[in-house]
Ligand binder design. Sequence first.
Ligand code: HEM
Length: 506
Amino acid sequence: MFVYTFALVPVAIFLLLRYIYSHWERYGVPHLKPEIPYGNLRTVVEKKESFGIAINNLYHRSTDRLFGVYLFFRPAILVRDPYLAKRIMVNDFQNFHDRGVYCNEKGDPFSANLFALSGEKWKNLRAKLTPTFTSGQLRNMLPTLLDVGNKLIDRMNPVADEKAVVDMRDIASRFVLDTIASVFFGFEADCINNSDDPFLKTLVQTSQRRSFVDNIRTSGVFICPGLLKLTRLTSLPTVLINFVMDIITHQIDHREKNKITRKDFVQLLIDLRRDAAGNAEKVLSIEQCAANVFLFYIAGSETSTAAISFTLHELSHRPEAMAKLQQEIDEMMERNNGEITYDSINEMKYLDMCVKETLRKYPGLPILNRECTSDYAVPDSDIVIRKGTQVIIPLLSISMNEKYFPDPELYSPERFEEATKNYDSDAYYPFGVGPRNCIGLRQGVLVSKIGLVLLLSKYNFQSTTPAKVEFAAATPVRNPGTRAQNDGLMGKSHFHQLNANGGVTG
Ligand code: HEM
């Protein structure tokens, strides 16, 4: 009897897998053939490709507007048509208001952040946090950002004097981290100068650890939320949760007790807490504050670093574009007596075009995702996307498709010139679109622009790496707002100083 039962186990598993992998066939949706037990993600498990690049390659294996794939055991729809994708994110948002990533408010409160929350809970939190990201608030934060900028220049000057080869991605990342510490965590870190800074050591190194357990965590958050529930792992290591909780608890307690104010995000959270005091429904707990501050670090650090370093990389391979941008910066500085103001940053058209083009060629997130929250009949098709289905929008593939962006490999800020516009604006959404788009987009763009203006006003960059960027095969998936496909690619840039009136030496 025991032998028979034992023999039945593999048969039951086989039948279950066959059932799982016949999902798209049963629903009559065109799909790619899956492989047991990878679905369509074998290359990710074999560490040959990151998740973002694997999705990009699946995109090229079909010509359908949308088709079915399997993210391991999870059926998902990959939307190739950028107009349908936009419609899903904007007009038909009511059918797709969630992301369907791991979120466990009770057992793992740090996972219940703005990126992961669903339905009404997301809507309420988004409404609370939106006023903290207005242009007025950013304007107030500018002096804090420029203080960090001064440290960046102090760090770069001696390197420029030596005409050394340095890793500009690393330097840009340290600059962005110091701005995040200052603006979101409320204290001054010194990642630019100190590799042992606790912010750099604990936060960055722990969140970039890639042990087996860490890989289960990241895959669990994005690809198989059930995995975390099954293994009872939290989405983040305890050491990281404690580190962030300690900083935020101290900052909020200290300022609330001593009536200290500072122009930063922690202050805005304190104001929100004060305004909602006495209303348990509305008040943000310290844990909620900490979970979201951590999310802002995750969402804002790699994305802004990538925007700065990829712009430098591309400009170093197009010296005439670099010179054009430097001229615009020099003229702005001259008009403002060498000062950078919020308005002057926003007036620079070519700078804006460069950042736009960088975000096209290297979007901060290679994919966007939504969960279908009620059955959706796809317009002009007989396909119905069923409630609970994961929907993937391959941002990188769309941005690199010549149908929407002619000559996509060419780095051409000019394609965003208003008068001679040479791209399809309905296929361009590097920050997502609709109510669930990036809440920090202005902040990310501002920090990236400040970094670029400071660096290009003083130095000229040359790259030691080829123009064509090869994306490293990385880990399954990284956290929200990071670029798995970016790992270790930006090599080193050699740079030398501009002379006093801004002309290029050497
Ligand atoms: C250049 C920099 C940045 C880029 C390219 C970027 C890109 C994105 C993208 C593509 C999304 C997904 C949007 C969607 O699904 O429709 C997103 C969401 C998000 N981003 Fe950013 N981001 C950047 C900077 C930041 C910064 C500085 C913050 C810090 C506050 C931030 C916070 C968030 C949050 C909280 C979400 C989730 C919003 C929600 O679900 O309501 N991002 N970002």
